[in-house]
Design a protein around this ligand. Structure first.
Ligand SMILES: *Cc1c(COP(=O)(O)O)cnc(C)c1O
Length: 445
C-alpha cells in the first residue's frame, strides 16, 4: 500500500505535464488536488490496487472542465410550443442583440441627461418608441408583468377594494396567483360573479365607498367553454368611468401585429384595448410581444406619474440590457421588420416552408428513420389558450418514451403525440436544421 502512495506525483510536478498546456494554473491545482486526495483515500481504503497516471490526468481534466461549464446551455425546442416558459420564452435575434450591444458594452445616458448635464431618468428610454407604437399617453417598463401587477395594485389600491371577476382569478405557471399577489400588494380583493358567469351588474352592485379599481385579468392559460359569460373590458371601463374609479387590464400577453391562423381576438389586441383609453394596462415583454423579460405598463400619464413616485419602483427597475433590447425590438415593430422578432418569425412560418425543411432532413437521413406528420400546436407561455394552429413534425420511428429521453439527454426536447416521438418544426429556427440532422444521426447511431 505504501508503495502505491509513493507513486502519486507531487502536485506541482503533476500539473506541469503537457496534457495541461493552456490550463489556468490556480484552477488546475484545485482540480488536481481534489483528484489526488480521492486517489489517496482510495488506496488507503484498499479500493484502488494499482496506480494509473493517465486516469488521474483524465479525471483532473474532467473536474477542471466541469468547474468551468455553464449551468445555462442552449437547447433545441422541438416541442412546437413557441413561447415555452421553461425554455426561455421569446428569443432575441442576433441583429437586435448586436445593435443593443453598443449600449450594453459602453457607458450610456441611462440616467444622464446630456442636454442639462445632470442626472436624468432611466424611464424615459423605451418610452418614445412605445408611445409611438401603442398610441398611448405614457408608459413605464418594469422587471416583468408580475411586478407590474404588484406595483399598480400597491400604488393605487392599498387597503382599498379592487373588483375582479371570479372567473379571472387565475394562476399562471410558477405559482403566480392573482389573489395572492393582490393580498401581498395590500389591495383588498372583491370577487364578483361565479366561476363561469360574471355579469355587468355583478360589478355595479359590488361598488361601494371603499372601491378604488375595476380590474380585468386575461385568462391566459385556460378557457371556460359552454355556459359562460364574461364582461368585456370596454363595458368594465364604462362603469369605472361612471363611478369615478380606475380601470386596469392585466393583459398578460399583448400583441401589436395581426396574428395568423385566426389566433387573434379583440379582447387581446393591444391596439384595440388601448383604443378604449384605459387608466392602465400591463403585459409581458417576452410573451407575444417577442422581446426581453419586462413588464410594460401603458395608459394615462397621471397614473404613470403616480407609479413613478412609489419607492417600490426602485426594486423593480430594469437595467440597460433590458431597455436597449426593448428599444431595438420596438424599432423593428415600427419598421414592420418582423424577421427581427423570432417569436413572430416562428409563428408566421408557412406550412409549405416547414414541410420543405422536414423533407430535406428526411431525405438526408435515408429510408425507415422517420416520416413526416401534419399536426397542430399551441402558442404556449400563457397566451392563447385552446387555440390550435397547424404545424409539421418529423416522426422518429421507434419507442417514443425511449426516444424522448435520449433526445432530451442530447438537449433536444421534442414531444410525444399518440405514442409517436415528434420533432416539431414550428418552434425551430431554420438556422438550426443542420444541428437537428446531426443530433438525429448521433442519437440513432
Ligand atoms: C404571464 C402573466 C403574468 C405574469 O407575467 P410575467 O411577465 O411572467 O411576470 C401576469 N398576468 C397574466 C394574466 C399573465 O398571463
Amino acid at each position: 500500500m505504501n508503495d502505491l502512495l509513493r507513486e502519486i506525483p507531487k502536485i506541482d510536478i503533476f500539473i506541469k505535464q503537457d496534457d495541461f498546456r493552456g490550463f489556468n494554473k490556480k484552477l488546475l491545482t484545485k482540480a488536481a488536488r481534489k483528484e489526488i486526495s480521492i486517489l489517496r483515500q482510495g488506496i488507503i481504503d484498499s479500493k484502488i490496487s494499482n496506480f494509473d497516471i493517465n486516469k488521474l490526468v483524465i479525471n483532473t481534466k474532467i473536474r477542471y472542465k466541469n468547474i468551468l461549464s455553464s449551468s445555462l446551455k442552449p437547447m433545441i425546442n422541438a416541442t412546437g410550443v413557441i413561447l415555452h416558459t421553461n425554455m426561455g420564452r421569446s428569443l432575441i435575434s442576433k441583429q437586435i442583440l448586436e445593435r443593443a450591444s453598443s449600449i450594453i458594452c459602453n457607458y450610456s445616458n441611462l440616467e444622464y441627461d446630456s442636454d442639462k448635464g445632470k442626472r436624468g431618468e432611466r424611464y424615459t428610454h423605451a418610452k418614445k418608441g412605445l408611445k409611438e407604437l401603442l398610441n398611448v399617453e405614457d408608459v413605464l417598463v418594469v422587471n416583468n408583468n408580475a411586478s407590474a401587477v404588484f406595483l399598480i395594485l400597491n400604488s393605487f389600491a392599498k387597503n382599498q377594494k379592487v373588483i375582479v371577476s371570479r372567473g379571472e382569478l387565475v394562476e399562471i405557471g410558477g405559482s403566480f396567483r392573482i389573489p395572492e399577489v393582490m393580498k401581498e400588494s395590500g389591495a383588498l380583493l372583491k370577487e364578483v360573479g361565479t366561476t363561469n358567469k360574471t355579469k355587468l351588474s355583478d360589478y355595479e352592485n359590488a361598488i361601494d365607498d371603499n372601491t378604488k379599481m375595476l380590474m380585468k385579468v386575461h385568462k391566459s392559460n385556460f378557457s371556460i367553454e359552454g355556459f359562460s359569460e364574461e364582461v368585456s373590458f370596454e363595458a368594465i371601463k364604462k362603469i369605472a368611468l361612471k363611478n369615478n374609479l380606475m380601470d386596469y387590464y392585466d393583459l398578460g400577453s399583448g400583441y401589436v401585429v395581426d396574428l395568423p391562423y385566426n389566433l387573434g381576438d379583440k379582447e387581446h389586441s393591444l391596439l384595440n384595448i388601448l383604443k378604449h383609453k384605459p387608466s392602465l394596462i400591463s403585459f409581458s415583454g417576452d410573451k407575444l410581444f417577442g422581446s426581453v423579460q419586462a413588464g410594460i405598463i401603458a395608459g394615462k400619464k397621471e397614473f404613470i406619474d403616480k407609479l413613478k413616485k412609489n419607492q417600490l419602483l426602485r426594486m423593480l427597475r430594469v437595467d440597460k440590457i433590458t431597455l436597449s433590447i426593448l428599444e431595438e425590438t420596438i424599432k423593428a415593430y415600427l419598421l414592420q421588420d418582423y424577421e427581427q422578432i423570432p417569436t413572430l418569425k416562428l409563428l408566421f412560418q408557412s406550412i409549405d416552408s416547414l414541410e420543405k425543411r422536414a423533407l430535406k432532413i428526411q431525405s438526408s437521413l435515408g429510408k425507415g428513420v422517420c416520416d413526416i406528420v401534419k399536426s397542430t400546436t399551441f402558442m404556449g407561455g400563457g397566451t392563447l389558450p385552446n387555440k390550435k394552429f397547424p404545424t409539421i413534425a418529423l416522426h422518429i420511428i421507434g419507442d417514443a418514451v425511449k426516444l424522448e429521453k435520449i433526445f432530451r439527454l442530447n438537449d433536444l426536447i421534442g414531444r410525444i403525440e399518440k405514442d409517436k416521438f415528434l420533432i416539431d418544426f414550428r418552434s425551430i429556427l431554420p438556422s438550426l436544421d443542420t444541428n437537428i440532422e446531426e443530433t438525429i444521426k448521433k442519437v440513432l447511431d
